[in-house]
Ligand binder design. Structure first.
Ligand SMILES: Nc1nc2c(ncn2[C@@H]2O[C@H](COP(=O)(O)OP(=O)(O)O)[C@@H](O)[C@H]2O)c(=O)[nH]1
Ligand SMILES: [Mg+2]
Ligand SMILES: [Zn+2]
Length: 257
């Protein structure tokens, strides 16, 4: 059982006994080179928190979104620390993803999280982000009783250990919840074959299956519809380049097994 599982509980004196675990609509994994571990079930939306400072990795942001797409989970971008003067430059970097259609909410978790509330309504949202982006600050603002430990607070305690170490589900209302998971989830992508990976790039979908060769790797083959689309500006060449990089990584990993 993982965070987000739906269960039926039977009362047994003072205790609750789990009788049934319902089938999962989705399941997200965290992984490293050796193993993957389920982190949350029944998530309906991924929200990736970024900020102008410290700098964030567009590749990591995209990897998370790709893993979510593979599970049929939509993603949302949160640009936090809108009060910082470098925010417009950060927003510019995100256009790679907003042009594809991913919604972007810009806010300052220190002052006002109201802009985020409509996007959370009706969803179970997994909140992720690289360290320092303001995820704990955001959780505290949304859930004043949560006591998520922020960077300043853990410095004051002079301990790096006082950070979130387990996945937690915070309920907003009957239909909405936010799942907070420690650190950045490097979602598993290794298990995606080339075809699944290509489908995870949602803007590639209209072009898939139209290449001259059925086993086209979308590298330099003649009649490759994706290469044509990148040249014609129908898809962003930077996204195709990321696909090619990830496909090669996946292939190399598969060969080592
Ligand atoms: N200027 C500014 N700083 C923020 C904002 N939100 C969070 N921070 C700061 O960013 C740092 C990291 O925040 P924290 O919530 O611990 O980040 P986490 O590692 O993602 O959980 C802290 O010093 C926060 O006070 C914001 O909206 N504006
Ligand atoms: Mg934190
Ligand atoms: Zn192709």
């Amino acid at each position: 059982m993982v965070c987000g599982d739906r269960v039926d509980v039977r009362r047994d004196g003072d205790a609750g006994v789990i009788e049934t675990v319902h089938p999962r609509a989705s399941l997200l994994y965290r992984s490293d080179a050796f193993k993957s571990k389920a982190i949350a079930a029944n998530v309906t939306q991924l929200a990736v928190v970024v900020a102008a400072r410290p700098s964030f990795s567009m590749e990591l942001v995209q990897r998370c979104i790709l893993a979510a797409e593979d599970q049929g989970i939509a993603s949302l971008l949160i640009l936090n620390k809108a009060d910082l003067p470098e925010t417009p430059a950060a927003r510019e970097r995100l256009t790679l993803l907003t042009r594809v259609g991913y919604p972007l909410v810009t806010l300052s978790a220190l002052t006002d999280v109201a802009p985020l509330r409509p996007a959370l309504q009706g969803h179970t949202t997994l909140l992720i982000g690289q360290s320092g982006m303001g995820k704990s600050t955001l959780i505290n603002a949304l859930f004043p009783d949560a006591e998520a430990v922020t960077a300043e607070y853990s410095e004051a305690l002079d301990s790096g250990r006082h950070t979130t170490t387990h996945t937690r589900l915070h309920r907003l209302d009957a239909d909405s919840a936010v799942v907070d998971s420690p650190g950045l989830q490097e979602f598993a992508l290794q298990h995606l074959d080339a075809s699944a990976l290509a489908h995870a790039f949602i803007e590639f979908r209209p072009f898939l299956g139209l290449c001259r060769f059925r086993d086209c790797k979308h590298e330099s083959e003649p009649g490759c519809r994706l290469l044509e689309a990148a040249t014609a500006g129908e898809i962003d060449p930077a996204r195709l380049k990321l696909f090619q990089t990830l496909r090669r990584l996946q292939q190399n990993a598969a060969q080592r097994l």
